[in-house]
Design a protein around this ligand. Structure first.
Ligand code: ADP
Ligand code: MG
Length: 640
């Protein structure tokens, strides 16, 4: 297969032309210009009237229909106000001013559509970057297949310069890979055996064989795109509030307009100038820019975070991230890698250490818990034979029970021992291991403790810098774990978390969060396990580890860290702050323009075209301002 060239990037202008709004606005502009020329060159007035009216239709039919649809649902939106103003202008002979209003209004509508589209495009452009085909290798040779046909476990060959067709792990070769599309890192990253690679990234000069780790529709890129699409369906709380206010406000604008016409009329003034002034008022007082102030910046921020491996599920989640004051970390799988190793097996009865491990591993086969995986892996490494287990039952945060060879096996927290009689003798061994910083699980057969398994779990190198950056940003960190208090203390000391609590059941974790909330704190929880789900549901914002996390955690969370990179948390909170600042600036700017123009209209004489230009201009500025959050350098994860 030849080296595949990069897909040509479509220029934003080309994709703008795809939008119907843009085409109609263009037509309205042309008709308006023709009308203007005809009027100025002294053509017969029916001719330029006809051209202007055609411009009304081209630019106005869409907003008019939208406005009528809204009216039928008893809501009054700005579209209606604009159309009424234009028609009224024509009625009093100001057909050119009305036409100008239509043209600018249609143009700003087109820009609005463009802004929304551009946000979505910048994300789905990522999808276009994934190649359609990949070279699958198997014993018989190579074949070129559709990436959609690739299955987990397939091997694909990526030649120099090619785009990688699927998420997976390198099993052969080494090469530098340009991952800028996904992580934004400008420099290529060296990939060798066991490195993870992502669909859509560009291979450098080496050749790689990759074992496919996810089907095409589940790749990181595909998930980012789906997520931003879903997020754009959700409305931020600010947006909902604005829309509610827009309703009442529009009614006030209409009443104001009627008064501006009526009062001078009653006082005996001329009708025409009052109507003109009223129309100008109606236009400049309309909240178009305010309506566009919120969602584009939030969506742009969500898209930006997505590119950096942080999937934010909704606009509401992004808004709540901003207020976070306390970050609660789970220990296992979050601050630690969550791939513990068995370091010691202690026999308590007449069972050998291998018997203890084999029994524990047999019972743990059905568990998804990191400890379970470690125990099973250790048994396999010692080539022990595992027996079949039945009646498996897990108690999150405590341990598991299963039937193995007609015995009831329990594997779990040493707290289980407290429920047994005569287990005091075991206590000292437990304490010894715990004081050495190990996680200890007890193995119990038919209510008899038969052994202890000690495990260690490596702390992620990013944990300490993350905690330090959070505290530099003024956030408080807390560690909660189902593991014993000594282990909590041990890890807490190593990562710099002063408040570390252990021995907590899932419900206790949730209760701790509720207690913080009762103190008026906004709490973010980061976790990975089934045992974290209740706490996640309680927290103001829940963050799940995307790779190592359980499905339930990923499902429950508001934010998913695709690469399990907790260092992204401070950066995400910072991004939420920035997005909020942009939204606030937008709303203030839009409101100031309205106040200024309305004041001008009342105090002096604001010419209609100037009012239209000021009003629509502010709408455009607000829309474009939101797009700033799409830029890469807004993301500051490297500051750690
Ligand atoms: P964390 O809060 O650190 O993520 P968990 O709540 O998942 O930890 O687990 C707390 C404790 O419960 C573990 O330290 C262990 O003692 C016990 N435990 C939970 N699940 C299992 C299991 N499948 N096998 C053995 N022990 C378990
Ligand atoms: Mg955990």
């Amino acid at each position: 297969m030849a080296v595949r060239p990069l897909p040509a990037r479509r220029s934003p202008w080309a994709s703008a032309w795809d939008l119907l709004e843009v085409r109609w606005a263009g037509l309205a502009l042309v008709l308006f210009a023709l009308g203007g020329i005809a009027e100025l060159t002294g053509a017969a007035s029916p001719l330029w009237w006809a051209l202007y009216l055609a411009c009304y239709v081209a630019g106005g039919w869409e907003p008019a229909l939208a406005g009528l649809r809204a009216l039928r649902e008893k809501t009054l939106d700005v579209d209606v106000l604009m159309i009424v103003a234009a028609i009224a202008a024509a009625a009093i002979g100001q057909v050119r001013d009305g036409g100008l209003l239509i043209v600018i209004f249609a143009t700003s509508g087109a820009l609005e559509a463009f802004v929304t589209r551009r946000t979505a495009d910048s994300v789905s452009a990522l999808l276009e970057l994934t190649p359609d085909r990949a070279t699958r290798v198997h014993a018989a040779g190579e074949e070129v297949v559709d990436v959609a046909e690739l299955e987990v476990g397939d091997r694909i060959l990526v030649r120099p310069g090619e785009r990688i067709g699927a998420d997976g792990v390198v099993v052969e070769g080494s090469s530098e890979v340009d991952q800028a599309t996904i992580t934004g890192e400008p420099l290529p990253v060296l990939k060798s055996i066991d490195s993870e690679v992502y669909a859509g990234t560009v291979n450098g000069t080496g050749s790689l064989t990759v074992r496919v780790g996810a089907a095409a529709h589940e790749s990181v890129v595909a998930r980012i795109v789906a997520l931003v699409e879903d997020a754009s369906q959700t409305k931020a709380a600010t947006q909902l509030f604005i829309e509610k206010v827009e309703q009442r406000y529009s009614v006030i604008v209409v009443i104001g307009t009627l008064l501006i016409v009526a009062i001078p009329l009653i006082a005996g003034a001329a009708f025409q100038p009052s109507l003109l002034r009223a129309m100008t008022f109606m236009i400049v007082a309309s909240p178009c820019a305010v309506v566009l102030a919120t969602m584009p910046p939030l969506l742009a921020a969500i898209a930006n975070a997505g590119r950096h491996g942080v999937l934010i599920k909704s606009a509401v989640a992004l808004e709540s991230l901003r207020g976070v004051e306390v970050v609660v970390f789970d220990k296992t799988g979050t601050l630690t890698h969550g791939s513990p190793l068995v370091v010691d097996v202690v026999q308590l009865a007449d069972h050998s250490a291998d018997d203890v491990l084999a029994a524990a591993a047999s019972a743990e086969q059905h568990s998804e818990h990191p400890i379970a995986r470690a125990v099973v892996a250790a048994a396999r490494a010692r080539r022990l034979t595992l027996s079949a287990a039945g009646e498996f039952h897990a108690t999150p945060g405590r341990g598991i029970t299963a039937r193995v060879a007609d015995r009831t096996l329990r594997v779990g927290s040493p707290l289980l021992l407290d429920e047994l009689s005569g287990a005091e003798a075991v206590r000292p061994s437990v304490v010894d291991l715990e004081e050495a910083g190990h996680t200890v699980v007890a193995v119990i057969v038919d209510d008899q403790p038969v052994g202890l398994i000690a495990l260690t779990d490596e702390i992620r190198p990013t944990s300490r810098p993350t905690v330090e950056r959070l505290s530099a940003d003024g956030l408080r960190s807390i560690l909660l774990t189902g593991d014993h208090a000594l282990a909590a203390r041990h890890v807490g000391d190593r990562v710099g978390v002063a408040e570390a609590y252990g021995g907590l059941l899932p419900a206790h974790k949730a209760a701790t969060i509720t207690a913080l909330q009762d103190e008026g704190r906004r709490v973010l929880l980061v976790g990975d396990g089934i045992n974290d789900a209740p706490a996640m549901a309680t927290a103001d914002v829940a963050v799940a580890m995307g790779r190592g996390g359980s499905d339930l955690a990923v499902e429950t969370a508001d934010v998913i860290l695709v690469h399990d990179d907790i260092a992204a948390i401070p950066a995400t909170v910072e991004l939420a702050h920035r997005a909020h600042r942009v939204v606030k600036a937008n709303i203030i700017f839009a409101a100031c323009v309205i106040v200024a123009l309305v004041t001008w209209d009342f105090a002096g004489h604001l010419p209609l075209p100037l009012g239209v230009a000021g009003h629509e201009g502010s709408t455009v500025v607000v829309g474009l301002n939101g797009l700033r959050l799409l830029r890469r350098h807004v993301w500051k994860a490297d500051a750690t």
